[in-house]
Structures are given as C-alpha cells and as structure tokens.
Design a binder for this molecule. Structure first.
Ligand code: C2O
Ligand code: CU
Length: 454
C-alpha cells in the first residue's frame, strides 16, 4: 500500500507544469513522527520522523533563479534545524545549530527563505543530532530545474539509503560507541525513496535523467545500472563541462549526488539499480521495461553551467587538515575547548575523532578568508576509515596530482591513509561548516568551520 501511495504522489508531482511548482508562497514543512511500513509485510510498521508525514520528505522543486521559502515547524520530541545540502545560499539560512541559527525548539518554527542561483540535484536534511534525525527519516530531495532543462523521457530521482532496523520495526538504538569510533552507522536494509526495491516503469530506448542522492549515514555505495548506457552529467549538483561515460561502478559516498543521462539499452524485461556488496550485487530499485520508445533522442548532453567562481591557485591561502582518531587509529589525545584530554576521557564524552588535534567544533575557524580570496586545503586521512568531507556554502574542486582542477563537488571521499587537496574561491560570506558526512564521525568530533568575511 505504502509503495503504491508513494509512487502515486511521485507521478502526480511530475505532472505539474513547471511554473506551478516554482516556490512563491512558503512551503510548509512540519517535522513530526509518523508510522510507515518500511519492512516488508507482515513485519510491523515503523515509527519514522519525517517532513509532512512522509519519509522521505516531499520533493521540493523550484526553478533556477527563483527563491525557496519553507516554514519548518518542529513537532518532534527534540530541537531540530534544516540544512539545504549543496546550495550556495545565504549563510543565515544554512541550518546549522550553534553556527548559523539557534535550533528550532520543540513547538517552534523557522522560516527559511533564500535565492537559488544554481540548478541541480540537492537534498535537505536535519542538521541537529543528525546521526539520529537523518536516520529516522528527516530528509528529502531538492531539485532545482535549469531554465533550459535537457529533453528527456523521464526524470527520476532516487534517494538511496541504508537504515538499521530491528525485526520488530523499530529503528535500532543510537546508543552505540562502536558506530562512533568505527565506520559509522551502517544499515541492514537498503532503501530507494524510502522503499525496498521500488519499480519505475520505462520503455526500451527511453532517455532518462537519473538523479542519485545518497542519504546514507555512513555507507559508501558502489552502484551500477546495467541495462543503461550514457553519461555522468553532473556531480553534487554541478554540471560537468565534459560529461563522462557512465562507468560500471559509481561510487556514491554519504551526501554525494550523481546526475546521469542514460538510454535504456536492455532488451530484457527489467533493468536495475544495483548496489555491489562484497558477496555480489543486489537490486535497490528496478525498472520494468516494455514496448519501445517513440522518441529517438541521442547524443551527449552537456547541462548549462551554473555561475562560475574561478579559483586562483597561485595566490590561494593554504591550510592543512590532519584527520586522526577512530579505532585502530592510535590517537592518544586531542584538545576540546583548549583543554588537552586523553583518549579515554575523550571516549567518555563520545569523542573519537580530531581535526588538527581538536575534537569537536573549534572556537576559531580553520581559515578566515576575505570575500573573493581563494583557498587550498590539503587533507591527510591518518585513520583506518574513509571520510566524506563536506564543505557548506561553496563548492570546491580537487587539486589533482598534475596541478589541474577536478570537477566541482561539495563532498569528497577521503579513503584511509589518503592525502588529497581541495581548492575553492571564498565567494559566499559567512561561517561555513566543514565536516565529515559520516554522521557518527561528525557527532564523534569530526567537524570544523571556515569564515568568509565580507
Ligand atoms: Cu549534508 Cu553539514 O551537511
Ligand atoms: Cu568520517
């Protein structure tokens, strides 16, 4: 039943003419608990936390150049705040409790209202106790349409996730030191748009835009789309100047997005979105195929570019970020509020990770930049785990070993013992969080921030 209702609402949403979807009046987003069938029947349903009584929350869709206005009402048992992941927005609307706003107290509301300079695939999620609140369901897709969107037969958004759920339907306990000090909260059930292996019917030969968004707490997905061929056209919302052929394996770290424009090439009855695990591939969504498309679209598609903020590598301010901690990491001590604490005392406070020797958000920013200045941050992962490093408010490019710049991203996967460098132009004033999007790691101390002074 749940599946049918959800598919019903998706279909209805895509029938709206674009202009009717543009956000003019504020969109109401009540954050509250509700019950939803997550496990297959006859397993019991689950108390989820969601926006507007759904998990995932409703798709928010607007057009590039419009404003998004959303009034978030907190009917949860805890304070909350909403972050608009990947948007280069006004700092006061960024949704980070204690940095950009006070948390929205229980029973209170907060009006978000910001301009949308960029088109692309984004998402919104709770940024308060996020390891728990995102896992419980407080997230949704946020799509900003190009004024001149490419012509496709279907535009399908797939928010992939893994949830850790008990057989009695309850979301597993968050009281777990192992998650905080190891890989993070890895789930035991894969979901796409909140469902187990949902179906999206297509015709053979269809050209489809697929927007993959990972809302996983910590799992790094390796995804494949057998039965399709085409290109990666955007990463983390930002169009690629030169779209890349879709690889067999697409790595999607927590919070990352990949936009594909692909054609159905299979002549089987079904095509799949597969997650590749150690013991083989599993479908997390499938596409029943019928007939043959009546439209013959072909050729590589390049999305129109978003506003560009060129990076001046030669004159950039530099910083380094040493990532330490976690099990098998050998971190002996770190500073908290200027006080040096040993690993045992840190663990007692739920802190297991440090950036440049500091556990938890420091008093001073990693970098204090002037507006328009460029910056480079060299990151060294001296731990046994991968980390998905996310910068708020501005996209960065990786500085590749040959000195050239990679594609723009807002979240970069840093594998164990890896060293990588990112660079960006400080074009957006404010205080911007820079943290690991493995949400247990962030809770366990892996977060710093960057100031851009106007
Ligand atoms: Cu997806 Cu700090 O956020
Ligand atoms: Cu991490």
């Amino acid at each position: 039943m749940q599946r049918r209702q959800f598919l019903g609402s998706l279909a209805a949403a895509s029938l709206f003419p674009r202009s009717a979807v543009a956000q003019t009046a504020p969109k109401r987003l009540i954050a509250a608990t509700h019950r939803q069938q997550i496990l297959p029947a006859p397993y019991p349903d689950t108390e989820m936390w969601g926006f507007e009584g759904t998990f995932p929350g409703p798709m928010l869709r607007a057009r590039q150049g419009d404003r998004l206005k959303a009034s978030v009402e907190n009917a949860l048992p805890q304070p909350t705040a909403v972050h608009w992941h990947g948007l280069r927005l006004d700092n006061a609307m960024d949704g980070v409790p204690g940095l950009t706003q006070a948390p929205i107290a229980v029973g209170q509301s907060f009006d978000y209202d910001f301009a949308l300079p960029d088109a692309g695939t984004y998402w919104y999620h709770s940024h308060a106790k996020s390891m728990e609140q995102v896992e419980r369901g407080l997230y949704g897709p946020l799509i900003i349409d190009e004024t001149d969107a490419p012509d496709v037969d279907q535009d399908i958004t797939l928010v992939v996730d893994d949830i850790r759920i008990e057989q009695d339907g309850t979301v597993a306990s968050f009281d777990n030191f192992h998650d905080l000090s190891h890989a993070g909260r890895i789930g035991n059930l894969w979901l796409a748009n909140g469902q187990i292996d949902p179906a999206y019917p297509l015709k053979r030969g269809d050209r489809v835009r697929i927007r993959l968004i990972s809302a996983a707490n910590a799992r790094v997905f390796t995804l494949g789309m057998p039965g399709f061929a085409g290109w990666i056209v955007a990463l983390d919302g930002m169009p690629l100047k030169d779209p890349q052929p879709m690889p067999e394996e697409i790595v999607l770290a927590p919070a990352q997005r990949v936009d594909l424009i692909v054609d159905v090439t299979s002549d089987e009855d079904e095509a799949f979105l597969i997650t590749y695990e150690r013991d083989g591939g599993y479908a997390i969504a499938h596409f029943p195929l019928s007939g043959a498309t009546t439209s013959a679209r072909s050729g590589k598609v390049v999305l129109p570019p978003n506003p560009d903020f060129p990076i001046d590598l030669a004159n950039a301010r530099t910083a380094t970020l040493l990532v330490e901690g976690g099990a098998m990491g050998g971190m002996r001590a770190a500073r908290v509020d200027g006080e040096e604490l040993d690993a045992r005392t840190l663990a007692g406070r739920g802190l297991f990770w440090a950036l440049n020797g500091i556990a938890g958000r420091p008093k001073n920013p990693l970098l204090d930049l002037s507006l328009g200045e460029s910056a480079r941050i060299g990151m060294a992962n001296n731990t046994a785990f991968p980390h998905a490093m996310h910068l708020h408010g501005m996209h960065f490019a990786e500085v590749l070993p040959d000195g050239s710049l990679g594609p723009l991203r807002d979240t970069l996967l840093l594998d164990p013992q890896e060293t990588r460098e990112i660079a960006f132009q400080a074009h957006n004033p404010g205080d911007w969080l820079f943290h690991c999007h493995m949400l247990a790691h962030h809770q366990g101390g892996m977060g710093t921030w960057i100031r851009v002074s106007a």
